[in-house]
Design a protein around this ligand. Structure first.
Ligand code: SF4
Length: 318
């Protein structure tokens, strides 16, 4: 349903230390992936890996520097804003922060009616009935419609965010860290809700998270991102049972409670992710990789098939 080919996003940043000199930020650096109807691709990586930029590019909230985004085989990265507006209702987003994503001056009814009006989803006489239906879908009662966002807990606000995303009857939703701002106790309720809605409506998700617990819970396929590139991708079963890329192994080793099950060679992640302005030569992970060899700082590894998944690492496929 969604296919992304060689997608890149480079930002120009001013370097205050160097006066007016401009530098290029390689936020997304040539990535490919597919998301099938009714399936979830989990996109995981540390902060600064380019995950959220990827989500925004797919929805054209940001214009790509190059590359293509296909929806049902049609390239939507080059169509005019006017034509894209017609598709907008099919592609929605659930934001990370349920506190700031809702306008505090609007009632929940007004928040949910807005997309119904813009995209002409139902007749005006049916707005209220549709608002109640959306609230019911996300487990909130009709009385919620009259309230304001501040009257709800974080989990309830995220339910409202999901209801708003569903209001246009989308087929594809980017969920950008939708539970990271919530208490652990309510995270699984929201995750289960997104999965129930997926089954009911055949939704496809790009699910962005830094937390592997979350990714494991929801994903059919997983793509691991590091400094703007996908370094490993495959089915969730393969990635979690037998990760191959040293970065994937390190992310898994950092999951609490996972320690006993990880083999010794899955080392913990040390140091910080490098700047996307001054990218390391060769493999971007070589500055932190416990397996780095001479070739790693000289040659960029490309994604290659290895044991039923793709991995970009000189340890494999040589
Ligand atoms: Fe480590 Fe080299 Fe593989 Fe990069 S290519 S992940 S540095 S072994």
């Amino acid at each position: 349903m969604i296919e992304v080919k060689n997608l890149k996003k480079h930002f120009i940043a001013k370097n205050s230390m160097l006066g007016d000199e401009k530098e290029l930020v390689h936020a997304v650096n040539g990535i490919d992936f597919q998301i099938h109807q009714g399936k979830t691709l989990g996109l995981v990586g540390e902060s600064g890996s380019g995950k959220s930029t990827t989500g925004r590019l797919v929805l054209r909230l940001l214009e790509p520097s190059s590359g293509s985004i296909y929806l049902d085989g049609r390239d939507i990265s080059t169509i005019s804003n006017r034509d894209f507006r017609k598709l907008r209702k099919e592609l929605q987003m659930v934001f990370q922060n349920p506190y700031s994503a809702l306008d505090y001056k609007m009632t929940i009814e007004d928040i949910l009616v807005q997309p119904l009006q813009i995209h002409k989803i139902v007749q005006p006489l049916e707005y209220r009935k549709e608002v109640y239906r959306l609230l019911d879908l996300v487990g909130l009662d009709k009385g919620s419609a009259r309230k304001f966002p501040h009257e709800f807990s974080g989990g309830q606000r995220q339910r409202i965010g999901i209801a708003r995303a569903l209001s246009t009857k989308p087929r594809f939703i980017v969920c950008d860290e939708p539970v990271s701002a919530l208490d652990v106790s309510v995270q699984s309720q929201i995750l289960n809700l997104t999965m129930d809605l997926q089954k009911e409506f055949g939704l496809s998700y790009l699910f962005i998270a830094h937390d592997l617990h979350v990714i494991r819970h929801v994903s059919d396929d997983v793509a691991v991102m590091y400094l703007g590139k996908i370094v490993e991708n495959g089915t969730a079963g393969k990635i979690f049972k037998s990760p191959r890329h040293p970065y994937t192994k390190a992310l898994l080793a950092a999951v609490p409670g996972q320690k006993e099950r990880v083999s010794e060679d899955r080392r913990r992640l040390h140091g910080e992710i490098p700047s996307a302005i001054r990218m390391p030569a060769g493999c971007a992970f070589h500055t932190r990789c416990p397996y780095a060899m001479k070739i790693c700082s000289e040659e960029i590894p490309i994604l290659k098939n290895h044991e039923g998944r793709e991995v970009a690492c000189h340890l494999y496929g040589r």
